[in-house]
Structures are given as C-alpha cells and as structure tokens.
Design a protein around this ligand. Structure first.
Ligand code: HEC
Length: 146
C-alpha cells in the first residue's frame, strides 16, 4: 500500500479539527489542467452591397438592348441601341447646355424627347410603378459609366 504514507498527515490534520482551512500537504495539492485559450473572432461578411441602379438596369430590361462593357454584354446589335459604356461622358455632349445627369434622366423618362442620330425611337418607357428612387438610382448608376 504505497498511498498510506501520504494519507497519514491528512488523517492527523483531520483529527486536529483545524478551524481555518489548512493548505493540503505536499503531494496532495489539487492539480489544475489549464487548457489552451482560443480567441474566437467573429466573422463578418464584408461583401459590399450591390449597386441598386445596376440591379434596376437589369430588372427593367435595359440590359437587353444596351451594352455597358464588362457589365452588360448584350447580343443586340450596337447599331440598334447606343452603347452606354461611356454614357456619362457622352451625355454631357448630347444637348448642351443640358448636364449629363439631366440628359440621362430625360432619356429614361421621355425617350422620345431626343432621339440619338442614327437610331430609331425604339426605346420603351420605364415600367409602370417605377419609383422616383429607382429612377434616381438608375441615373446614378449610368453617371458612373464614364
Ligand atoms: C428595346 C430596346 C431598348 C431598351 C429596352 C432600352 N433602350 Fe435605351 N435606347 C434605345 C434606343 C434605340 C436608343 C436611341 C434612340 C433614342 O435616343 O431614343 C436609346 C437611348 C438611350 C439613352 C441615350 C443614349 C445616348 O447615347 O444618348 C439612354 C441613356 C438609354 N437609352 C438608357 C436606357 C435605360 C436606362 C433603359 C432601361 C430603363 C433603356 N435605355 C432601355 C433602346 C432601348
């Protein structure tokens, strides 16, 4: 019985009925296993929100007729609908002194107000129920195509 020598001091201490807690005798200290600590970092999805105007450009069918390089590669012949890759720059020259932003807004709201030379007035009006906010998002999106 190897453990008896260890128990003897403990039994003596218990017999004395010490009022204050006595530190455990050598060899009987409790052992604590300290595990590794992990810093758990929260993960955040950092995907930027999609451009609302870009979504409208597709949902309103604009992309079916108009090409914007790298965004909307429509199969429609560029001689049927103008390419809008640089519309922000082109728009500033269409109806001087009308600013690019105003020209783009007018082109969408009243396509027949100005028909680009060499093209036919084929552009449809915006879908019914399109909000002012959606129109502005669309204008903002096209103003980024410089
Ligand atoms: C059925 C094909 C068609 C669709 C769909 C269409 N367009 Fe057009 N769009 C045209 C044609 C054709 C022109 C050129 C004739 C004109 O000026 O009206 C044009 C002209 C434009 C112009 C002026 C371009 C310039 O070079 O001055 C803008 C801006 C434009 N469209 C934006 C849009 C937007 C935004 C939408 C979606 C809400 C849209 N278009 C939907 C056919 C289309």
């Amino acid at each position: 019985m190897k453990s008896i020598p260890f128990l003897v001091p403990l039994l003596i201490l218990l017999a004395c009925g010490s009022p204050t807690p006595t530190p455990p005798p050598p060899g009987l200290e409790p052992t604590f296993v300290v595990g590794p600590t992990y810093a758990v970092q929260p993960t955040f999805a950092v995907t930027p929100p999609p451009d609302p105007g870009r979504l409208i450009f597709f949902s309103q069918g604009c992309a079916a007729c108009h090409t914007i390089a790298g965004i909307s590669d429509t199969t429609t012949d560029a001689t049927i609908s103008p390419d809008l890759t640089n519309i922000a720059t082109v728009a500033a020259t269409r109806k001087p002194p009308l600013a690019a932003e105003d020209y783009i807004r007018e082109s969408i709201q009243s396509p027949e107000a100005f028909v680009v030379a060499g093209f036919k007035p084929l552009m449809p009006a915006l879908a019914e129920g399109t909000t002012e906010r959606e129109l502005e998002d669309l204008v903002d999106f096209l103003l980024k195509q410089q």
